[in-house]
Design a protein around this ligand. Structure first.
Ligand code: HEC
Ligand code: HEC
Length: 338
């Protein structure tokens, strides 16, 4: 009898494993081709392109990721005009490796291959041009206003085409399972984006909020989050999210590869880092200095190129938040036992 029960249990467990395996194999690269694309069109107007250039190289920081190597990341952060030809592989822990794509208008390997519909759908819904779901949290720009998004794509289309064939992403079975079974790799259903962005001048809390939430993404890193699901685990902007070491990056800067970095509290609590900047001018001065910590994940280079007005708006918005008392601890630290 006992033997029979054991055998039965083993069969049930095996069946369950086989079904998960089959389910994941069939669904990990599910296509969302039938999703409607936003009705937006890129433009060749030079004012629109100039606005796009400001966003791509500044507040929207596309230049931080869409390059080929860590050396190019460093150069791009410093403001050198590195072509956005993609290729760098971003490590995703046990999930595998994801490659930043070629954003130049090259017809064979860049966005010259894609229609406006395909590119805008990627930005709004996190659906890749080939119809598979991306990881929207990687590029959380889905609420960027229509006019800003049009400017961004118009600028990309105006760049010099560069041929660079970026390899396909490299998913492990765990990565494929996470793609199939969790919400991390699902398209954004109702982005509910505004038609026009709040104007840059005069600075306003509304403009600061729009940027901090949807363009500069201060909210993504400065909110405490679970580092596997990226779900918020505490109040917005209160800091404490921990960034795992990226050994290749640390090695590039000759820095201990076991060091972690933590985002500070940027609510107007006297114990938070915002208290260091009493006036918009203090805040602007800090941003103009750019990167202080080489391995910080913060996009200091592009952010050092944000206009005075926009930095003032962000400062106004942050200072208007409810202060949250949250002692985050050391900004650079080692994990116990590493
Ligand atoms: C944090 C790094 C990061 C930032 C910042 C970033 N991207 Fe990406 N982008 C990626 C990665 C990685 C992929 C590949 C995603 C995938 O395979 O699911 C990608 C894919 C894309 C694609 C799809 C292209 C293709 O061939 O599949 C477009 C379009 C794109 N990004 C545009 C932008 C724009 C525009 C910005 C700035 C507003 C931006 N990205 C900012 C990392 C980034
Ligand atoms: C990709 C993640 C990321 C993004 C996006 C990000 N930050 Fe940070 N930020 C960090 C981390 C990590 C640190 C701590 C390391 C450092 O100082 O660079 C930090 C540090 C800071 C500091 C302290 C600087 C100092 O000199 O002590 C301020 C202020 C700040 N961030 C504000 C912002 C604002 C405002 C935005 C949006 C415009 C933003 N951050 C976007 C991750 C991020």
């Amino acid at each position: 009898m006992l033997k029979k029960i054991l055998l039965y249990t083993v069969v049930v467990v095996l069946l369950a494993i086989v079904s998960v395996f089959i389910y994941v194999s069939l669904t990990w690269d599910k296509k969302y081709d039938d999703w409607p694309a936003p009705a937006l069109q890129s433009s060749t107007d030079s004012t629109v392109i100039a606005r796009g250039r400001y966003l791509v190289t500044g507040p929207a920081h596309c230049v931080s990721c869409h390059v080929s190597t860590i050396q190019e990341m460093e150069d791009s952060d410093k403001g050198l005009p590195i072509p956005l030809k993609g290729g760098i592989g971003l490590p995703m822990g046990p999930l595998g490796k994801i490659f930043a794509r070629n954003l130049t208008p090259d017809k064979n390997t860049g966005i010259g291959r894609y229609t406006d519909e395909q590119v805008f759908r990627m930005m709004r819904h996190g659906i890749r041009p080939d119809g598979t779901a991306s990881m929207p949290l990687l590029m959380p720009f889905w609420k960027m206003a229509d006019d800003d998004l049009i400017a961004v794509v118009s600028y990309l289309r105006s760049m010099e085409p560069v041929e660079n064939n970026v390899p396909a992403n490299d998913w492990t079975f765990v990565g494929k399972a996470v793609r199939s079974l969790t919400s991390t790799f699902k398209p954004i259903e109702n982005p509910d984006a505004p038609k026009v962005a709040p104007p840059m001048a005069p600075p306003s809390i509304a403009r600061g909020e729009y940027l901090a939430r949807n363009v500069t993404n201060c909210i993504a890193c400065h909110t405490p989050r679970d580092i596997t699901t990226f779900e918020a685990t505490g109040p917005e902007f209160s800091g404490g999210m921990e960034f795992e070491p990226w050994p290749a990056l640390s090695k590039h800067f000759d820095i201990d590869t076991t060091l972690w970095v933590r985002a500070p509290n940027i609510t107007p609590d006297p114990g938070g880092v915002l208290a260091k900047f009493k006036t918009p001018d203090d805040f602007i001065k800090r941003f103009r200095l750019g990167r202080a910590i080489p391995i910080s994940p913060m996009d200091w280079g592009p952010f050092s190129r944000i206009s005075d007005e926009d930095l003032t708006s962000i400062w106004m918005f942050l200072n208007n938040l409810k202060p949250v008392e949250h002692e985050v601890g050391d900004i650079i630290f080692k994990k116990e036992g590493e």
